[in-house]
Ligand binder design. Structure first.
Ligand code: ADP
Length: 495
């Protein structure tokens, strides 16, 4: 009997998930587990790699049990992961020498400023498509080498390995046999030359990172090795890897030039497919590897907003004016569009296109009649305005999508999606399966193990569940956007 199930692991920022699919990309079973967020100091965010590993093993076991199958029924494994998060381990023991430093961690901000004196932003952008920012892996690796006792010596002796989470999981899943990553994850390290598709010696020198620490970079659909008996009770090929946002673009079947998806989870990440052109942004967007299949690179233009769904969690947990994130939909539906109050959720500075680390959040335009309902509604609206900022930046860089495909937790909020269509003035489409990220990883695995012939088959399996057409008047949209621009300017001026 041929094996027809695929297993996809989505190792996210707040939880690990495993989903089992049949050969028609239907979900057969899934399991999810949260793990600890560690905040050792203000601006520092870490994960315990052992907890991540334990959670991945646990959800994999659970998903298999729920599906009533064993690992031996799996044709191939796909992995998608929180990007940029950095792990360093000793190759001899497999032990990590420090916690995983998470993408949100800002501890290397001063180091980035120092580096900027020695290497211009344009040079970094020209090679890596990124900005000199703590967000990416490179300065996190350097921090570990410079701050963990004995790390530098171990690295010089060739004992240390660096990996993003995909690479760390691959190492553990293969019982230490394989140290590799895929091109999408490599493209988020700030050490990878996205044009040459190779680690960049100059960047390694600038950051004083020995090349011996780096994983081999493979295509997204490739032979990454086989799981070990010890790891998951059986040998199964690992055959697909992509960073979470790139995997979501694949799950959304965003294969044509200009196709754009926007994922609304904790933050919001929009990526437009730019085909084989690595577009250089003049608006501080990032140029990234969207996929590499059969050696062919597809590039993407990416804008990231740090706070999206987490603003709703803030309303729930800190202001305590809603009981749950979905409640915001009823509140907004009864309140209607708010045109005087603006919430700017710049809790951790502003991401693209502003990249203002010092901006902080504000609520502006309050009057005596403003209350909870206006603040909740204005918070949803803020996520749409931030998306508009990204789409405007993309348009200015030469990419103007006519449709945007959405996914992630907030895509469950139809009031938000209608407002988003109104503010973007473009059509918003929501797929039947909003779990695009993990689905993308499954497609990559399916491709490599021959269950599908090409990724275009995902286009046929993509089903639209709801369409939101813009219906707001141009005057109202312009007035709202002018109000948003003023609110952002105040936040930036105040910092
Ligand atoms: P992540 O993968 O980043 O953990 P998810 O895609 O699971 O995020 O989405 C969870 C986020 O979406 C939370 O921040 C939550 O506040 C928000 N969210 C979930 N449902 C809704 C909703 N109906 N309306 C608005 N926000 C929502």
């Amino acid at each position: 009997m041929t094996k027809q199930f695929l297993l996809a692991i989505d190792q996210g920022t707040s939880s690990s998930r495993t989903v089992i699919y049949d050969d028609r990309a239907n979900v057969v079973a899934s399991a999810q587990q949260e793990f600890r967020q560690i905040y050792p100091e203000s601006g520092w965010v870490e994960h315990d790699p052992e907890e991540i590993w334990a959670s991945v093993r646990q959800v994999t076991r659970e998903a298999l049990a729920k599906a009533g199958i064993t690992i031996r029924d799996i044709a191939g494994i796909g992995i998608t992961n929180q990007r940029e998060t950095t792990v360093v381990w000793d190759r001899r023991s497999g032990e990590c020498i420090y916690n995983a430093i998470v993408w949100q961690d800002r501890r290397t901000a001063a180091y980035c400023r120092d580096l900027r004196e020695r290497c211009a932003d344009e040079v970094v952008a020209g090679k890596t498509g990124l900005r000199l920012d703590p967000y990416f892996s490179a300065t996190k690796v350097a921090w570990i080498l410079n701050n963990v006792d004995g790390a530098r010596r171990l690295a010089d002796d060739g004992h240390l390995a660096f990996g993003t989470i995909d690479s760390f999981l691959l190492w553990r899943l293969t019982g230490g046999a394989v140290h590799a990553t895929d091109a999408t994850n490599a493209s988020r390290t700030m050490l990878f030359n996205i044009h040459a598709q190779a680690w960049d010696d100059e960047m390694l020198e600038l950051l004083e990172i020995p090349a011996s620490m780096l994983p081999e970079v493979l295509d997204c659909a490739a032979e990454f090795g086989s799981t070990s008996e010890d790891a998951v009770d059986g040998a199964v090929p690992i055959c697909g890897i992509a960073g979470d946002q790139q995997a979501a673009l694949i799950g959304q079947a965003g294969f044509e030039y200009g196709m754009t998806k926007s994922t609304y989870g904790t933050g919001c990440f929009a990526i437009a497919n730019t085909g084989n052109t690595a577009l250089t942004s003049h608006n501080q967007l990032l140029t990234t590897v969207a996929s590499r299949i059969g050696g062919e690179v597809t590039y993407g233009l990416e804008g990231s907003v740090f706070v999206a769904g987490s603003a709703l969690q803030w309303l729930r947990d800190e202001l305590r004016i809603i009981d749950s994130a979905p409640e915001s939909e009823q509140v907004a539906a009864r309140t209607g569009v708010v045109d005087d109050v603006y919430v700017v959720p710049a809790f951790a500075g502003l991401g693209a296109p502003y990249w203002d680390p010092d901006a902080r959040g504000a609520i502006v335009g309050l009057s005596r009649g403003s209350g909870r309902d206006q603040i909740v509604t204005a918070t949803l609206q803020a996520v749409a305005y931030q998306t508009r900022d990204l789409i405007d930046a993309m348009a200015d860089d030469g990419i103007s999508p006519s449709v945007i495909r959405v996914d992630g937790g907030m895509a469950g909020n139809e009031w938000f999606l209608q407002f988003l269509a109104d503010i973007l003035d473009i059509r918003v489409e929501r797929p039947a399966n909003v779990e695009s990220t993990v689905l993308g990883a499954a497609y990559l695995a399916a491709l490599q193990c021959g269950l599908i012939d090409n990724l275009q088959q995902a286009t046929r399996l993509w089903r639209c569940d709801a369409v939101f057409e813009p219906r707001m008047t141009g005057d109202q949209r312009d007035a709202l956007l002018a109000g948003w621009a003023t609110a952002v300017a105040r936040v930036r001026g105040a910092s």
